[in-house]
Design a protein around this ligand. Sequence first.
Ligand code: APR
Length: 197
Amino acid sequence: MIKIIQGDITTLAVDAIVNAANQVMLGGGGVDGAIHRAAGRELYEACLKVPEVRPGIRCPTGEARITPGFKLPAKFVIHTVGPVYREITAPCGGSRPMGKRTRRAERVPRQHGEPEKLAACYRNSLVLAAENGCKSIAFPCISTGIYGYPIEDAAKIAVREVEEFLAAKNAKDAEEMEVVFCCFSTHDVAVYERLLK
Ligand code: APR
């Protein structure tokens, strides 16, 4: 079952909350900072023990790692790293009365596989939650803050991945699994509501 709420993910008493982390996985700003503050020092120490796959990288973009929740009401924290949304401005069409071409910039997302990496964040987090017996999981709007991913595009990917994950389960298991989209703003709630109505 899928739910949309507005609130602070660190307050949710679900089996797992998902953290929008960075590849170093030792905390940061945004929801990462909030989760580390609420979980306490033990979360930092648990992250420090997660093996580096490359120097300074514990969780590559698109992958997920799980730790206990410590002081959080949630049993687990699933750390995942979303893609940074890069875009280039490309000159394009349009003309002024004098017929001179304008250079109106257009948002052209670079092809660095951002959509696929963001989809992998949701997929890998859901798989890790299921492997750890979680029956409820809450996601923030991954990559849509500091990493700049447009909420409309990101939410479409999030909803698609969650729906596909639940559809692959038998009806009973899907009904028992609660997936919460925990939005920090009413604007983001409205975006998810439009997608899930
Ligand atoms: N509860 C729920 N959502 C939150 C909370 C909270 N307590 N705090 C922030 N958010 C929301 C933001 O408003 C945004 O919608 O989480 C979403 C993700 O934003 P960020 O936390 O900035 O994450 P992201 O865009 O993925 O950037 C990740 O930021 O904090 C650093 O270490 C992190 O380098 C990483 C980068």
